[in-house]
Design a protein around this ligand. Structure first.
Ligand code: ADP
Ligand code: TPW
Ligand code: MG
Length: 583
């Protein structure tokens, strides 16, 4: 093992042909490598331990995690950042189930990912005879994945991997499950014959050109707008057509709102960015162009009071243009007058060639009204940020993070929590595309350390993670992984002693379900594995800790002590809390 040549299962020569034999393990590795999939996020055990070892020996990067969920989230975000499916590798039943959350997450968020799990003997599983880690994994994965495949014979590994890749990245990206039973790995084949069964996927995510009439319909509608607005979603960030999107925004002069993971597609400080006037532009806009953003709960389903509707289900009167690769997305919540189906690169290019001939800037009243709101809100925020209360609150801590991110625009920003999420999203500006990765479509807790690891591995940049103390707990053990691989990650735990805040009291005398151990020292956890721990009780200490982390690139955890009364229940989405609905 360890030579540069492709590995073979045994050194045994085939007596007839002098040729060498290969095996299932090797063919999986060769198929991934052939398609440029060279990083595996996983956790070893029967039957895939040797797959991890031999993948490493074959030059793949194998990152070994402490829990499959974190490996899975890492793979999913690697998919988002690279447009190639992120590979997560797990053992059977329990390992598979631990990875499954991330597979579903990838599908829901439209991230390309392949979950590869070893599985038990088919004939025993199907007769339910009680095999080691018995489970019908393929059946369980199917409803949560964009596609699911099983390979039974070594000669089909090439096809299996090719189908998984195409399913993950073509059209609307998503999570794909690939089931590899234990028996497959030990199957042997003549190397030369086996090589011919592998497939290098040609054009895995073909361009999808929008119909010219759809482009015209959309632009005709946009031209009628008195108060146009463009909303950029994480699909637009995924597409990696940053300069085209910038040309569209600047060429039309239309104000835009970035969804959280589209922040930085243009710098948040851009004069057309309407983030600071969000609650003004949504109800006021008359024509809204959605680019890679769904009208789901994050956009209040395109209706209701957020959009100027009279009650919570009423349409606000906007006309929508929706640019999306999925032909089924339009009309999911409200009428879309101009769907433009295609890949965002092709759609935006088509718009650009149409508007080359000239585009009238939006009415000055619209732009100045937005600017007025922005200026007022920015001034209000500046006042809040300038305060220096003791203990620190979210604002005074995030004011530091905002400065540090401004000074390090290439750093990746990972963000999860409730208040820790909402305040960071609104306070910390992002300057470059795909620099902010967060809880995504589900508002899921637990993506933190997996995202940090993948972000560091994929981009090689400094990673800054702003984590609620509850959020951090979901993946906290992976600080060992960060230390083991020596990744440049600086975690800031916004420690307010609990979920939303640390002040809840259980009137029966027990412990409130939202409250944790008071004054916990998360920084000590990092020190346990050789990383740097910092306890920060003031903005100055936080700043010093972050600057040192960035200078040293050492894994660092800063326990930022936040006023336990500072948060609000559910952060910004209190309205979704059923007890709030009751009132
Ligand atoms: P956000 O949460 O930022 O609003 P969503 O995840 O709701 O974004 O929406 C992303 C949308 O982008 C999905 O509907 C998906 O189909 C679409 N999408 C993803 N990649 C592309 C692409 N390359 N071209 C066009 N649409 C895309
Ligand atoms: C997998 C429900 C939403 S936000 C949150 C939970 C448990 C934690 C909020 O506390 P945190 O942030 O992180 O300390 P802060 O700043 O407000 O104090 N399980 C999963 N996902 C979600 N979203 C939840 C539970 C939840
Ligand atoms: Mg908290």
């Amino acid at each position: 093992m360890g030579t540069a040549e492709p590995q073979v299962a045994t050194e045994a020569q085939n007596p007839d042909s002098q040729s060498q034999v290969t095996d299932g393990f090797q063919l999986v590795i060769d198929a991934l490598k052939l398609n440029g999939l060279t990083t595996i996020y996983g956790l070893p055990g029967i039957p895939i331990t040797d797959l991890t070892r031999r993948a490493q020996a074959a030059g793949l990067r194998v990152l070994s995690f402490r829990h499959e969920q974190n490996a899975g989230y890492a793979a999913s975000i690697a998919g988002f950042l690279t447009q190639k499916p992120g590979i997560c590798l797990t053992v059977s039943a329990p390992g598979f189930l631990n990875g499954l959350n991330a597979l579903a997450h990838a599908t829901v968020n439209c991230f390309p990912m392949i979950l590869i799990s070893g599985s038990s003997e088919r004939e025993i599983v199907d007769l339910q005879q009680g095999d080691y880690e018995e489970m019908d994994q393929l059946a369980i994965a199917k409803p949560l994945a964009k596609a699911a495949f099983r390979v039974l014979n070594a000669e089909d590994i090439g096809v299996g991997v090719a189908r998984a890749i195409r399913a993950a990245v073509s059209g609307r990206p998503g999570g794909v499950y690939l089931d590899l039973p234990a028996k497959l790995f030990a199957q042997t084949m003549d190397s030369a014959v086996a090589k011919n069964t592998l497939i290098k996927v040609v054009d895995p995510a073909p361009r999808q050109i929008p119909a010219p009439e759809a482009v015209k319909r959309a632009l005709d509608l946009l031209r009628t707008a008195k108060k146009p607005l463009i909303i950029l979603g994480k699909g637009a960030a995924y597409a990696q057509v940053d300069s085209e999107i910038r040309s569209l925004i600047e060429g039309t002069g239309i104000p835009y709102l970035p969804m959280s993971m589209a922040k930085g597609l243009l710098p948040d400080t851009h004069e057309q960015c309407a983030s600071a006037a969000r609650s003004y532009v949504l109800p006021q806009a008359d024509v809204v162009m959605l680019i890679g953003a769904r009208l789901n709960w994050l956009l209040s389903h395109g209706k209701g009071k957020t959009w100027g509707g009279k009650s919570h289900k009423d349409w606000g009167g906007q006309k929508f243009i929706q640019v999306d690769i999925s032909p089924q997305e339009a009309d999911s919540n409200v009428r879309v007058d101009a769907p433009v189906v295609g890949d965002i690169g092709s759609c935006v290019s088509a718009f650009l060639s149409e508007i080359k001939s000239g585009w009238a800037k939006p009415p000055a009243e619209w732009l100045s009204a937005i600017n007025e709101k922005k200026t007022a809100n920015v001034a209000k925020m500046a006042e809040t940020l300038a305060k220096n209360p003791s203990p620190m609150n979210f604002h005074s801590a995030l004011n530091v993070v905002r400065d540090i991110v401004r000074a390090n625009p290439d750093a990746m920003l990972v963000n999860e929590g409730a208040n820790a999420l909402d305040f960071t999203r609104s306070i910390v500006d992002v300057y470059k595309p795909r620099k902010r990765i967060d809880v995504g479509t589900w508002g899921i807790m637990g993506i933190g350390m997996g995202y940090c690891i993948a972000a560091a591995v994929v981009t090689k940049q400094q990673v800054i993670a702003i984590e609620g103390d509850s959020a951090f707990g979901f993946s906290g053990m992976e600080v060992e992984t960060l230390c083991r691989y020596g990744l440049p990650v600086c975690i800031i735990v916004m420690n307010n002693n609990g979920i939303y805040k640390g002040t809840d009291i259980d009137t029966t005398g027990g412990l409130a379900p939202t409250v944790f151990v008071k004054n916990a020292r998360y920084d000590k956890l990092m020190e346990a594995f050789g990383g740097v721990g910092v306890n920060a009780t003031t903005p100055a200490e936080l700043r010093k800790g972050m600057e040192e982390a960035i200078r040293s690139r050492k894994p660092t955890l800063i326990n930022a002590v936040i006023d336990e009364a500072a948060g609000t229940e559910s952060g910004r989405i209190t309205s979704l809390n059923p007890s709030a609905k009751k009132k």
